[in-house]
Design a protein around this ligand. Structure first.
Ligand code: GLV
Ligand code: MN
Ligand code: MN
Length: 435
C-alpha cells in the first residue's frame, strides 16, 4: 500500500479526523517509564532495573505484574477480562462492532533471572496504543484487543506458550496434572484467575480475530550487528522439549569403588555432550540445549542416584527436529548401557514452526518506510505466542535490536529509541489492519 492509499484508508476508517501523517508518536521516554515501572515486580531485593527480573509465570511476582498491567489497561479505557487459561484481554470497540478485532500483545512473565524487555516491550507498547487512542478519542473501524498471554516462558515443567497454546486448542489434557514446584498446572492457572475446569472456553475460533501482531526484542544479534533498527519476522522456529529421567544408584561417595558406581550425573553429563554433538552434526541453524538439570540427592558425599533434565532442540524444520530426537534416543541407549543407568526420555512438548503472513510482513515494512526506518527480514530463533496465533489467523511480528544479542539474562538490553521505534511500527500496523 502506498502512502496516499494508506492515508485515504485510515481517514475513511477513523471517525476522528486523524490522518496517517498525524498518527501520534510513542516517545522513547514513555517506553522507558513504562518498562521501568513494570520492572519492579520481580526485581531482586536491593537491585535496580539493571539487575533484571524474576517474574516466573504463575508466581506471586507474575500476579503483581499482571495487576499493574490490568490497571494500565483500565486507565486506557479498555474493557479487561481474564479468560479461563489466565490470558488477559483488553478490548476497545471499533465503529463496526461486528467485525473481528485486530489482536496484538505479548507476555509479561520472565525466565528466572531474566531481563526487562522480553515480552514486556510488546505488552506495554500494546497498552500504550490503547491509551493514546483513548486519550485522543480516535475510533478505528475494527475493534482492537490487546492481549497478555499467560506463562509464555518454559518455566512450568519445561512447557512454554502455556496460555496461547490453550487458546489455540492444542494443550494436552494430562498437562493440567503436571506438578511443578509443588503445585499442579491446574492450580497454577487458578492462581492467576483462570478456571482450569473450563479451559475449552479459552479457545479462540478461527475467524474470531482479523490478525495477530506482536512486537518483541530480537533476542539474537543480527539487527544490532547490522545496525538495522527494525526486523520483519519471516517465521518462528519449531521447538521440541524432551523430559529425561536418569535412574542410577545413590551410594556412599567414599566407600564405593569407581568401577562399581551407577552415577546418574555421569550419565547426564555424557547425554549433555551428546546433545551438543547432535546439534552440530549437520549444517544449518539448528540448536540443542540442556538448560535444566536436577540432581538427587544433590549432596557432596553421595553418588547422584537420579537426574532429571530437560533437553530442547530448535529449528525451522520439524523433520530435522524429528531426526535429532531419534539420534538423541540412540545415543541415550548407548550411554545407559555404558553407565549402567536407566534413561527414560519423553517428548514433553512440541511447538510447530510458524510462518508470518506475507501481507502483514509487507505492512510492517511499509510502516517502517513511512517512519523512515531501515528494516530487514529475518527468522526468529526464539519461540513466541505468535506461533500459536498463526494456527488461527494471519500473524506478523516486529523485532527491535537486542544489544549484544543477549536475552534471558539481566543483561538483556535495547535502546529506548529502538523500543519506541518498534512501538510506533506496531501502532502504524495495528491502525493499518484496523481499517
Ligand atoms: C522463549 O522465550 C523461548 O524460549 O524462545
Ligand atoms: Mn523469553
Ligand atoms: Mn518472549
Amino acid at each position: 500500500m502506498n502512502r496516499r492509499n494508506f492515508i485515504g484508508a485510515l481517514a475513511g476508517a477513523a471517525t476522528g479526523s486523524l490522518a496517517a501523517s498525524a498518527l501520534p508518536k510513542i516517545e522513547a521516554s514513555t517506553m522507558q517509564a513504562q518498562l521501568e515501572a513494570l520492572s519492579v515486580f520481580g526485581r531482586p531485593a536491593g537491585g535496580t532495573f539493571q539487575n533484571g527480573v524474576s517474574r516466573v509465570g504463575y508466581s506471586d511476582e507474575d500476579i503483581a505484574g499482571r495487576k499493574f498491567v490490568m490497571d494500565l489497561m483500565r486507565k486506557a479505557g479498555a474493557t479487561v477480562r481474564i479468560d479461563t487459561a489466565g490470558n488477559i484481554f483488553a478490548s476497545r470497540p471499533g465503529s463496526e462492532t461486528s467485525l473481528p478485532p485486530v489482536l496484538f500483545g505479548s507476555h509479561i512473565d520472565s525466565v528466572p533471572n531474566g531481563g526487562n524487555f522480553d515480552g514486556d516491550l510488546g505488552s506495554l507498547a500494546s497498552v500504550e496504543i490503547l491509551r493514546i487512542l483513548n486519550d485522543r478519542n480516535i475510533v478505528t473501524r475494527r475493534p482492537l484487543t490487546a492481549v497478555i498471554w499467560a506463562c509464555e516462558e518454559a518455566s512450568f515443567a519445561g512447557s512454554a506458550l502455556n496460555g496461547s497454546r490453550i487458546a489455540a486448542g492444542i494443550t494436552k489434557a494430562d498437562e493440567l496434572k503436571q506438578v511443578w514446584r509443588g503445585i499442579t498446572k491446574a492450580e497454577a492457572i487458578r492462581r492467576i484467575g483462570g478456571a482450569p475446569e473450563r479451559l475449552e472456553a479459552a479457545r479462540i475460533a478461527k475467524g474470531a480475530y482479523h490478525a495477530y501482531l506482536e512486537l518483541h526484542i530480537e533476542q539474537g544479534g543480527t539487527l544490532a550487528r547490522e545496525k538495522v533498527p527494525v526486523g520483519v519476522v519471516e517465521g518462528i522456529v519449531s521447538i521440541d522439549n524432551y523430559e529425561v529421567v536418569i535412574q542410577g544408584f545413590s551410594n556412599h561417595a567414599g566407600t564405593t569403588p569407581m568401577l562399581d558406581r551407577q552415577d546418574a550425573l555421569i550419565s547426564a553429563s555424557h547425554l549433555t555432550l551428546a546433545v551438543r554433538e547432535i546439534a552440530i552434526s549437520e549444517t544449518g541453524g539448528q540448536v540443542g540445549t540442556v538448560g535444566h538439570l536436577e540432581i538427587l540427592p544433590n549432596a557432596t558425599n553421595v553418588i547422584p542416584g537420579e537426574v532429571r533434565m530437560h533437553i530442547e532442540f530448535r529449528d525451522l524444520s520439524s523433520a530435522k527436529l524429528d531426526r535429532m530426537g531419534e539420534k538423541l534416543k540412540a545415543r541415550a541407549a548407548v550411554i545407559a548401557t555404558d553407565s549402567r543407568t536407566e534413561i527414560r526420555i519423553t517428548r514433553a512438548g512440541h511447538n510447530e514452526s510458524a510462518m508470518a503472513a506475507t501481507e502483514i510482513q509487507r505492512l510492517i515494512e511499509s510502516a517502517a518506510n513511512r517512519l523512515r526506518l531501515d528494516s530487514r527480514h529475518l527468522p526468529s530463533g526464539a519461540g513466541h505466542d505468535a506461533q500459536m496465533m498463526a494456527t488461527l489467523m494471519p500473524m506478523g511480528m516486529i523485532f527491535v535490536p537486542s544489544i549484544g544479542g543477549i536475552s534471558h539474562s539481566p543483561k538483556e538490553l535495547s535502546s529506548w529509541q529502538d523500543c519506541a521505534n518498534g512501538a510506533n511500527i506496531l501502532f502504524e500496523t495495528v491502525m493499518d489492519l484496523a481499517r
